[in-house]
Design a protein around this ligand. Structure first.
Ligand code: EPS
Length: 369
């Protein structure tokens, strides 16, 4: 399936080296102002070629809105968005067209379909995430306008390096989406050495939503956290998702994990803003693990499509750490899931109205978190 969501449904299509990539966003309410130039900021945050630490493919990522918007406003009809691919270099893939890169989807696509589009990895390419970001622009805008919900994210680990401090204002000022500006020189050196060595590394991302009202999410099969996990896991290269304390909950005592409540507010947020699959009114916190990319120029023994031993060397333009470009992707998936849940909540429970008491969210001691 290439579609996700319920009342807000997003379908993406297109291959990394095909003529174009695109998406259809169905179910967006009418009357939302949206212009093609509003996509540029987030698409640029995700793009290749914006620093020496990413793949050097240069795509303009120019958005064409084909339907669903009239005189600058969404009409309620499906919104079709298209971006033409302009800088594919398919000859880079001729050497590995009949080989399986260890750690890559090459082998499983081959086993599933009996054939594959080897050019740029086809649908298994990070290029697919472009359209998630485009759809996310619409969801982010609707969430902030309709509900005052702000979605943002940052990189929280590159290899073994973790931030020493957290300042939101630093995140957008460096190519690593890193919340501690003082560590940027260290990261530059780390990534330069990694790139020179020909290897790659994983990353952890954090995406948060502030201002989510209590009540979004369905209690059993449509849990907000379950849908967030599925949405994040659907991003190519993702290997793990945590909500709130996540796997750290294993070592916690119940007396520590429970987020104590008082009329003045929650006193912690180990739950990551979700209780019983439903938003609590606290900050929604999702943490996502990206694997190290498998397209390496370092030779490795492998197998080709004929079952013969082959030495695999991947040349061309690749990301030493694909997580560096993933902040807007995780934000987009968080926003799309929240918007879909908001619409579903409105459909079923729109008449419930305000419920008392409303407990204010926990404000972490570091106000920039
Ligand atoms: C990618 C390999 C590279 C990246 C690409 C993701 O593709 P190519 O070999 O065609 O340059 O540039 O990323 C994008 C094009 C993008 O827009 O994200 C891969 O193996 O996933």
């Amino acid at each position: 399936m290439n579609t996700f969501g319920h009342l807000l449904r997003v379908t993406t299509f297109g291959e990394s080296h095909g003529p174009a990539i695109g998406c259809v966003i169905d179910g967006c309410p009418p009357g939302l102002a949206i212009a093609p130039e509003e996509f540029a900021h987030d698409l640029a945050r995700r793009a290749t070629g914006t620093s020496r630490h990413t793949s050097q493919r240069h795509e303009a990522d120019e958005v064409e809105i084909l339907s669903g918007v009239y005189e600058g406003l969404t009409t309620g009809a499906p919104i079709a968005v298209l971006i033409r691919n302009t800088d594919a270099r398919s000859k880079d893939y001729s050497r590995i067209a009949e080989q399986f890169r260890p750690g890559h989807a090459d082998y499983t696509y081959w086993q599933k379909y009996g054939l594959r589009d080897p050019r740029g990895g086809g649908r298994s390419s990070a290029r697919e995430t472009t359209m998630r970001v485009a759809a996310g622009v619409i969801a982010k805008k609707w969430l902030i306008h309709r509900h005052g919900v702000q979605v943002r994210g940052h990189v929280a680990q590159i290899g073994e390096v973790v931030p020493h401090s957290h300042n939101w204002s630093a995140v957008e000022t460096n190519p690593f989406f890193w919340p501690d500006a003082a560590q940027v020189p260290e990261l530059e050196a780390y990534m330069d050495a990694l790139r020179k060595s020909g290897d790659s590394v994983g990353a952890r991302l954090v995406a948060v939503a502030d201002g989510v009202p209590p009540g979004w999410g369905e209690p059993i099969y449509g849990k907000l956290d379950a849908e967030l996990a599925a949405a994040m896991m659907s991003i190519n290269a993702v290997k793990g998702v945590e909500i709130g304390a996540g796997f750290a909950s294993v070592a916690q005592k119940g007396s520590e994990h429970r987020d104590q409540m008082s009329p003045g507010g929650f006193q912690s947020n180990h739950a990551g803003g979700v209780l019983g699959g439903i938003s609590s009114g606290q900050q929604v916190v999702v943490s996502v693990a990206f694997k190290p990319t498998s397209s390496l120029r370092l030779p490795v023994d492998g197998v080709d499509i004929h079952g013969e031993v082959a030495q695999i060397i991947t040349t061309g333009r690749h990301d030493p750490c694909v997580g560096l470009r993933a902040t807007p992707i995780c934000e987009a998936m968080l926003a799309l899931v929240l918007m879909d849940q908001a619409l579903r909540h409105r459909a079923q429970c729109g008449d419930v109205g305000e419920v008392s008491p409303k407990i204010p969210p926990h404000i972490p001691p570091n106000p920039t978190m």
